[in-house]
Design a protein around this ligand. Sequence first.
Ligand code: ZN
Length: 449
Amino acid sequence: MSNDVTPDSPTDDDAVAALVALVRIPTVSVAGEPSTGAPFTEFLIEHARRFPLMHARLALTLLEGTAMLFHWRGASSERPVVLMAHLDVVGVESADPWRHPAFSAEITNGEIWGRGTLDDKGSLTALCIAVERLLARGITPAQDIWLSFGNSEEVSGAAASAAVEHLRTAGVRPWFVLDEGGAVAARAFPGVAKPLAVIGVAEKGTTTIELTVAGRGGHSSTPARGDAVARLARAIVRLDNHTFPGSLPAPTIEMLTRLAPHAAPAMRPVLSRTGRFGAAITKALQVAGPESAAMTRTTAVVTTLSGSPGHNVLASVARAGVNLRIMVGDTVAGTVERIRRVIGDDRVQITVGDANEPSPVSPWDDDAFRLIEAAITDSHPDAIPTPYVMMGGTDARFFTTICPRVYRFAPFRMSKEQRASVHAYDERIGVRDFLDGIGFYAHLIERVA
Ligand SMILES: [Zn+2]
C-alpha cells in the first residue's frame, strides 16, 4: 500500500479508530432471533460514517435486515470475487475474567482488546479500510468485487445463505470467495519457527445428534438395574472409547509437505514423504494433543446431558446431545451408522438434528489460491502460506454451492493464546497486525487481474 495519503484516504489512526468504534457496538447474534436490534442498526450507521466512499460509490443491498452486500463494479464482471466478513459476535459470559471489558475496545501495549477484534470485526474493518483507500486513489478493480458482511454467522448463517441466493439470482458465478478462517499463526507446528499462513480449503461438517433412552420413571427407592440413565451412560462410554479412525486428507498432506523444509532437521525426511509415513504421522498428530488429533479424524463429543429432574425420581427419559465434527471424506450418514454400531444397543435412539456435511475441498494448485498466496507474501513476507482443513464452520460454506474456490483466511498474526481467545475471553488484536491485514486486502484487490 502506498503512503501517498489523499485527503479522503483513511490514515492508520482512522483505521484503528474505526475498529474501536465498531467493536464497542455489541452486535451479539442470538439463535432464533433476527439480527435487527438496536446494536445492529447502530452498526450500520457507524459503518456508513467510517467508510463514506464505499457507501457513496458502491451499490449496497441489505439482506436479513442488517447484513450488507456491496457491489464494486470492476473493469470486467467475468471473474467476480467475493470477499466476506461478519459483523455479529458471540456473547460474553459474565464469569469470564476479561482483563479489559469485552466491549470497551481499550488499547493497551499496542493491542486493541475486545469481543470481535479477531472474530470478525478486525477483518471487516481492515477490508473496508483497504477498499476506502483504493477508492480514494481512484482505483477501479480489474474484476467486480462483492463484499458480503453477514449478521448471523455465529448462529444460523441465514444472511450468508441470502447473499448466495442474491448472487445466484443475479447470475453471478464467483471466481473465488474469501472469508475468515485461517490466520498467520505463530508456533502452529512443533519445530517450525516461521509463522504459517493457513488458508482453509475445506471445513469439517458440524452436526448434532441426540441419544435418547426411554425409562420407566417412578420412585428412586425401588430402582432396577440397567435403567435409562445407566444405558445412556454405557452408550456414552462406548462412544468415548471408540475414537474414529484417522487419516491424512490431501490438504493436510500438502501442508506437511510445504512446512517440511522449515521443520527441525530430524523431522524433514518424514514430513517430505507423507505418502510413505502417513500412518506414523497420523499417529503422531493424534498423540500430540486434541488440536492436532482433530486434524486427523471425525470427532464426537457429548455436550448436553439430562436425566431426571429430581433427586428421588427415576428418569423417564435420559438424553445426551452429541456434537460431531465430520472429517472431509466422511459423511453424516456414515458417521451416524458407525455411532450406531459402536453403541450397539437398540434401546438407545439416535436422532439427527442440525446436519451439515463437510464442505467440498477447494483447489490449491490454482490461480485464485496463488493470488491469495502472493498477497500474503506482500503483507507477511516471513509467513509460509499453506492450505489446511478448518475445524470450525464459517459462512463460507454456503458459497460452495455457487463457487468451487472457497477459501478461509484472516490476514492477521495470531499467537496460540489469541487463537484460544476467540469465543472465549481476552480476545485482542495487535495494532501493527491489524494494519498489516489492511495491506493484505489492498494487495489482494490490486492483484486481481
Ligand atoms: Zn467468525
